[in-house]
Design a protein around this ligand. Structure first.
Ligand code: ADE
Ligand code: ZN
Length: 339
C-alpha cells in the first residue's frame, strides 16, 4: 500500500506487548550459552537444533497453548537484572527506531520468573532500568504492567500480587497497572475477582486478556467481575452486538493484535480482525504486536498488515492514532505532547 511509509513513521502508542515476547531465537540461544541454562534437547524437540529451526517452528503455531509452551521455555534463560534490562531495552530501542513508538505500556509475567527462584526485585530492577533509559535517551515514556497467570492456581496469583503490593511497586509508581493473561479457555475471569477488587480499591489500573480464545461472555465477565478498564485482544467481542454497544458506551478500549491472532489460529487471517465492526460500532481499539519475536512482526509490520487487509484511509489511521493516545494510561500532559 502507498500508505506503508506513513504508517511506519506515524507516532504510535503500544498497549499490548509482552516484554518476554521480545526474546528472539538468537537472544534465547545466546543467553542459554551465557547463563549455562540448557534448552530442550533437539532429540526431544527438533525445533531446538538452532535459532533458525526454532524460528521456523514459530511460524506454525496451532493455538494459544502451543505458543505458550515455547514462550515459557524462553523464560528459563533470563536470570540476571542485566538479562531483563537487555531484553526490555532491545524492545524500546527497536520500537523507537523502527516504528516511532512514543509511549509503550508493556506486560511481563512475574510468576514465570519467581517459580524459577528469580526474585521479583531482579526482574523489576532490570525492566525498570531499561524503561528509565528509554525515557532519558529516547524520550519514550512507558508503563510496566505485571500480568497474573491464569494457568497457575489463583492462590499463586494472590501470593504474587501481595508481594508486589508489599514491595511498594504500585504505590511508588514503578508498576503502573495490573494485567491477567496466559491460557484462557478453562479459566473464567471471575476467579480473580478478589485480587482485582483489592487492586481497584488501591487505585491500581486494571487490564485483562479476554475474548482471545475465550467467548464474548469472558469479556463481559472481565468488565463485571474484575472492573477491567481495558480489554486485551477482545476479538471475539465482535460476535456479540450488545457487548459491542456496551464497550462503545463505556469507552472501553480493546488492544487488538491481529497478526498474533492469525499466528495463533484465533482467526484465519488478519482480514478476519473485527476492524470494520469496531469502527462501525464506535468501539475504541489500538493496534499492537503482542509477542513480536514469536510472530515475526513488530508493531509497524502489524500496522502495515492491517492496512493490506482493510485499505483504511489516512483519516481513519489518524483517528486510530488519536484513540491510542487518549486510551493510554500516561498523564494528560504527556497525552498533550503526543496529540
Ligand atoms: N502471554 C503472552 N502472549 C499472550 C497471549 N496472546 N494471550 C495470552 N497470554 C499471553
Ligand atoms: Zn498478550
Amino acid at each position: 500500500s502507498p500508505l506503508h511509509p506513513l504508517l511506519v513513521s506515524l507516532p504510535k502508542c503500544e498497549h499490548h506487548l509482552h516484554l518476554e515476547g521480545c526474546l528472539t531465537p538468537d537472544l534465547l540461544f545466546a543467553l542459554s550459552a551465557q547463563n549455562q541454562i540448557p534448552l530442550p534437547s533437539p532429540s526431544t524437540d527438533p525445533a531446538f537444533a538452532s535459532p533458525a529451526t526454532l524460528a521456523a517452528r514459530y511460524t506454525v503455531f496451532t493455538s494459544l497453548d502451543d505458543f505458550l509452551h515455547y514462550y515459557y521455555i524462553g523464560f528459563r534463560v533470563l536470570v540476571t537484572p542485566a538479562d531483563f534490562e537487555a531484553l526490555a531495552w532491545s524492545y524500546f530501542l527497536h520500537a523507537h527506531t523502527n516504528a516511532n513508538v512514543r509511549h509503550a505500556e508493556v506486560f511481563f509475567d512475574p510468576q514465570a520468573h519467581t517459580s524459577r527462584a528469580i526474585p521479583l526485585s531482579t526482574v523489576i530492577a532490570g525492566f525498570s532500568a531499561a524503561a528509565a533509559r528509554a525515557q532519558t535517551e529516547l524520550g519514550m515514556s512507558s508503563i510496566l504492567i505485571p500480568c497474573l497467570l491464569r494457568h497457575l492456581p489463583v492462590a499463586d496469583s494472590a501470593a504474587t500480587y501481595s508481594a508486589l503490593v508489599a514491595g511498594d511497586y504500585f504505590a511508588s509508581g514503578v508498576l503502573g497497572g495490573l494485567g491477567l493473561c496466559s491460557s484462557e479457555l478453562a479459566q473464567p475471569p471471575q476467579l480473580w475477582a478478589p485480587i482485582f477488587a483489592d487492586a481497584n480499591a488501591r487505585g491500581i489500573r486494571r487490564t485483562v486478556h479476554a475474548g482471545e480464545e475465550g467467548p464474548p461472555a469472558y469479556v463481559a465477565a472481565a468488565l463485571d467481575h474484575l472492573a477491567a478498564m481495558r480489554i486485551d485482544h477482545g476479538v471475539r467481542a465482535a460476535e456479540d452486538t450488545e457487548l459491542l454497544a456496551r464497550l462503545a458506551a463505556d469507552g472501553v478500549m480493546l488492544s487488538l493484535c491481529p497478526v498474533s491472532n492469525a499466528a495463533l489460529r484465533v482467526t484465519r487471517s488478519v482480514a478476519d480482525a473485527p476492524v470494520r465492526a469496531l469502527l462501525a460500532h464506535g468501539v475504541k481499539f489500538s493496534v499492537n504486536s503482542d509477542d513480536p519475536a514469536y510472530f515475526g512482526a513488530w508493531i509497524q509490520d502489524v500496522y502495515c498488515a492491517v492496512q493490506d487487509a482493510f485499505a483504511l484511509t489516512a483519516d481513519e489511521w489518524a483517528g486510530i492514532a488519536r484513540v491510542a493516545v487518549q486510551g493510554s494510561w500516561c498523564g494528560e500532559e504527556r497525552k498533550g505532547e503526543m496529540m
